[in-house]
Unconditional design. Structure first.
Lengths: 90, 252
């Protein structure tokens, strides 16, 4: 499946400024793995360890929260994944 | 009932269809708790005071520092070293003498939070850390008080309204502890996010419009974009899950 990932702007420094990256996978987790294989510096931003998301990272699939069990969520051809950060400041 | 002065002061908002004198009366009778008198707390407090919220309670444990002044517009150079709540009270009193202000110079924690929420109709999240936000989120659900979340970082911000027992809460998307740290911010970001929070609180109290529930509004000032994402209630949420199940079973 070809899926589009929209990166948070802080991630775009690892992709030469590209906001959207096309990846392959059957699940959100596989798509993210494909992303970090293409752009290895992104791995430490997205995952704290293999298969464990950065707790600050939120994943939206086609505009809807993919929580919980985000990584296991199945994707279809043409789906859109948004990676955004939780914000803590006030 | 309104005085002549109040009718004149609130004339432009009483003119709004759906708000009117009835809505203004609701604002006058309401008590809002603003958690924090910093970047978000400043615009929230100013706009709620200006709108005629009858009673505003503000809690903050900090004192004003020079580095606060790029964004915390309730505080000025002359306030450096003062308690933020004293500085906030002075400014808000000058803006609107007819509202009741209660100030609390304490750190919000699990021990004191429920007492702080006594008599409160709405809670404005103006905190600078997630630990206290989760304490407030849990307490808001326990006391069945709407909680208006806002957060900022740099040029980015986010807003979501939480109606206990009905909508997704802040904990519904919990991934684990998030460390508190000094965050970068330009003052206009909390100005925008805090103003949206104040607007949501006004809408909720008056009972007009559509609230930002089960929807996360994400703002990016650098690209001047607002995006919206759907957020789902988590039946296993450790804060609101039990309440959800209770409501589902009672058919409400």
């Amino acid at each position: 499946m070809s899926v589009q990932i929209n990166l948070h702007k802080t991630h775009r420094r690892y992709t030469n400024g590209q906001e959207t990256i096309n990846v392959e996978g059957e699940t959100v987790g596989q798509c993210l793995e494909d992303l970090v294989v293409k752009y290895p510096p992104l791995r430490k931003e997205v995952f704290v360890k293999a298969g464990k998301l950065n707790p600050l990272m939120e994943i939206y699939l086609n505009g809807e929260s993919a929580y919980p069990n985000e990584l296991a969520r199945e994707v279809k051809e043409g789906d859109r994944i948004n990676l955004i950060y939780m914000l803590a400041g006030g | 009932m309104f005085t002549k002065g109040e009718l004149k002061r609130y004339d432009r908002q009483i003119m709004i269809p759906g708000l009117g004198k009835k809505g203004q009366e609701k604002l006058k009778k309401a008590q809002v708790f603003i958690c924090g008198a910093g970047g978000l707390g400043s615009p929230i407090a100013i706009y709620l005071a200006a709108a005629g919220i009858g009673s505003i309670k503000i809690a903050d444990h900090d004192r004003v520092e020079l580095s606060n002044l790029n964004r915390q517009i309730l505080h000025w150079e002359e306030d450096i070293g003062r308690k933020k709540i004293d500085s906030a009270r002075d400014k808000l009193n000058k803006l609107n003498t007819s509202i009741k202000l209660e100030i609390i110079h304490e750190t919000i924690d699990e021990e004191n939070v429920l007492q702080m929420l006594d008599g409160v109709d709405a809670i404005a999240d103006a905190m600078d850390n997630f630990q206290t936000r989760y304490i407030l989120n849990k307490a808001a659900i326990e006391k069945n008080i709407p909680f208006f979340h806002g957060a900022v970082n740099g040029f980015e911000g986010r807003v979501m309204d939480i109606i206990p027992g009905k909508t997704a809460c802040l904990r519904c998307m919990y991934h684990g502890p998030i460390p508190s740290e000094k965050f970068p911010v330009i003052g206009v970001t909390p100005a925008i996010i805090g103003s949206i929070q104040a607007m949501e609180i006004i809408k909720y109290i008056v009972g007009i419009g559509e609230l930002l529930v089960d929807r996360l509004l994400v703002f990016d000032g650098l690209y001047m974009e607002f995006k919206e994402f759907k957020v789902k209630k988590n039946p296993e949420c450790e804060h609101c899950g039990k309440m959800m199940k209770k409501n589902d079973n009672s058919g409400s």
